[in-house]
Design a binder for this molecule. Structure first.
Ligand SMILES: [Zn+2]
Ligand SMILES: [Zn+2]
Length: 256
């Protein structure tokens, strides 16, 4: 059985096919998916979507790339995180890719989320793009190792992976690892120990080969597992078992 550690099935591309998305998960032996929050405006609909589905969980948080999003206080996030289906804080982090300094608002937002993780004991889902050094520095300053979390949709170097793992973080690979050009990332996927690895789709984006360019969905996480298994010369069951065990170990609020 597989799990998808990061998806956005509440986004318009997938929301209208909700029952099909769940049926496809079942057909592809994907037993659980974590639906990750990107802003508070959409959060009520997200939580309503997962509430009655044992195969879905939720996070709460505001994505670093959403500049105009409503800025919840730490206390507001802590209160939302009390919901029994909320198992993580995020996605949070730093994204310098399309944004220009001053980005103090983004760093402050990240710090607030890390504080909420420590206060609630819920792991952090970290998004980092073009900002690895600052991301790690803020994690360190916030004593983030105490609760740990996941570096989602990992596209950084081995050194960044090592630094994050040293802080009690898991490394999650998305469909990007299956892309032909991703040779450096494939080396990272060989390097990360099985007991620190997660897999995800980040759907509706980033569909893995052989579905590249199409709308992605949680069912496709099995292609990520198959690719990494071939890369490491192990059975797909080995990758499925390790990433599933890691998932429930990290997101231990999920009843299962
Ligand atoms: Zn992300
Ligand atoms: Zn995401």
């Amino acid at each position: 059985m597989f799990v998808d550690s990061h998806c956005h099935i509440d986004f318009p591309q997938l929301r209208d096919q909700f029952s099909q998305v769940l049926a496809n998960m079942q057909d592809h032996q994907v037993e659980h998916a974590l639906v990750v929050s990107v802003d508070i405006e959409a959060w009520p609909d997200l939580i309503a979507m997962v509430e009655k589905k044992p195969q879905l969980s939720a996070s709460v948080g505001v994505h670093p790339g959403y500049k105009e999003a409503q800025e919840p206080t730490a206390q507001e996030l802590i209160e939302l995180a009390q919901h029994p289906k909320v198992v993580a804080i995020g996605e949070t982090g730093l994204d310098y890719y399309r944004l220009e300094e001053p980005l103090d608002w983004q760093r402050e937002r990240f710090e607030r989320h890390l504080l909420v993780s420590r206060k609630t004991g819920l792991p952090t889902i970290i998004h980092t793009r073009a900002a690895a050094a600052d991301t790690l520095a803020i994690m360190r300053d916030a004593q983030s190792h105490e609760v740990g979390g996941v570096m989602h949709c990992f596209t950084e170097t081995k050194e960044v992976a090592k630094a994050a793992m040293d802080m009690n973080y898991y490394i999650s690979f998305s469909g990007i690892v299956t892309f032909k050009s991703a040779t450096e990332l494939q080396a990272v996927a060989r390097y990360v120990p099985l007991d620190r690895m997660l897999i995800e789709t980040d759907s509706p984006y980033l569909a893995p080969v052989p579905h590249r360019g199409k709308t992605n969905e949680p069912a496709n996480v099995k292609y990520v597992a198959e690719f990494i298994a071939a890369l490491r010369g192990v059975d797909v069951e080995t990758i499925a078992q390790a990433t599933t065990d890691n998932f429930y170990k990290l997101f231990n609020k999920i009843e299962h």
